[in-house]
Design a protein around this ligand. Structure first.
Ligand SMILES: [Zn+2]
Length: 323
């Protein structure tokens, strides 16, 4: 592959809009694939702008189901599994999992009302249309678009006469060919960017944004893994603001885990925040002087008296989620 081609590697947005119009029987379905002009210069863009996934701004066919309002997930948590086949042999399984977990954690701590969870391996191969959100691999991405390092496809349901759009599925597919050719930092950036699409974000016009549509593998600074303030605000515009209560993977129902406060929080703040992330907290605990101080949800106040009134920022704490 020549240098100019590499420099034009693009993160592509592919959209399948499934508009379920409630009063019209079978929904129209369109496949909207991306055609993105190569980005070779830094553009001077006055107002910074990040679109939404459901804008279908890169559409090459039709616009059924595209346009406002932006599609978003409901419920506060979206879960992805890792498709078990297709990973390039040169990329260690543990490294790949760590990159996905890192991207999930990054988007989960933008103080927006959405948490990204990774459930582990999917039960079988990646299939778009199975209502499961999958992260997988493809040999074929470069056949349809030689610049494409990854693609995200999503579909959504339109309800309330078009007043709401809710995602029903989003799949991330990474190019087997490029995964090992680009620097690891850029592969991390690709996964962060695609996960941003899967949460409902479109492309940014500004190169330093995570949602900018292209990167240059020869310029590591273009491989962004930290959301800009604009990326963060775009996510918050979809899901509202929520002061996060925890860094780390929120434990699934029936499990426990160790988390970290991103900001000062009380026991009840943590319980409420875990609730919005899908964890019905039963017990939270913190080590004080070598002993566990517990906050037991629903217990009389004196049982919780040993728990600190406020946990400072960056305090590790234990949480158990009920079933
Ligand atoms: Zn993109």
């Amino acid at each position: 592959m020549n240098g100019s081609k590499l420099s034009r590697l693009l993160l592509a947005l592919a959209v399948v809009g499934l508009a379920l119009v409630l009063d019209r029987g079978a929904p129209p379905t369109r496949v909207l694939s991306a055609t993105i002009a190569p980005t070779t210069t830094v553009r001077e863009v006055a107002p910074e702008q990040i679109g939404f996934f459901s804008d279908c701004d890169n559409a090459t066919t039709g616009s059924v189901g595209c346009g406002p309002p932006p599609a978003r997930w409901v419920g506060g948590t979206v879960t992805f599994c890792i498709a078990p086949v297709g990973r390039p042999a040169g990329l260690a399984d543990a490294d790949f999992r760590a990159m996905i977990a890192e991207a999930a954690a990054t988007w989960s701590r933008q103080d927006a009302g959405i948490t990204v969870q990774i459930s582990g391996d999917c039960p079988d191969a990646q299939v778009f249309g199975n209502f499961r959100n999958e992260v997988g691999w493809s040999q074929d991405l470069n056949v349809t678009d030689s610049n494409r390092a990854a693609a995200t496809v999503g579909r959504w349901r339109t309800t309330l006469g078009g007043a709401e759009k809710t995602f029903v599925e989003a799949d991330l597919t990474l190019s087997v060919r490029y995964a090992l050719e680009i620097p690891r930092q850029c592969l991390r950036a690709v996964i962060h960017h695609e996960l941003g699409h899967a949460l409902g974000l479109g492309h940014s016009t500004t190169p330093n944004d995570l949602m900018f549509a292209s990167f240059n593998p020869n310029v590591l600074a273009s491989c962004v893994t930290t959301p800009s303030e604009e990326d963060r605000q775009a996510l918050q515009s979809l899901y509202g603001t929520r002061r996060s209560v925890a860094f780390g993977s929120i434990p699934p129902a029936g499990a426990s885990g160790l988390l970290v406060t991103p900001a000062a929080a009380s026991g009840s703040d943590i319980v409420a925040g875990l609730g919005t992330a899908g964890c019905r907290a039963e017990v939270i605990g913190v080590l004080r002087g070598g002993q566990w101080a517990l906050f037991i949800v629903g217990a009389p106040a004196q049982a919780n008296a040993a728990f600190p009134a406020t946990l400072p920022e960056a305090t590790p704490f234990y949480a158990r989620c009920g079933t």
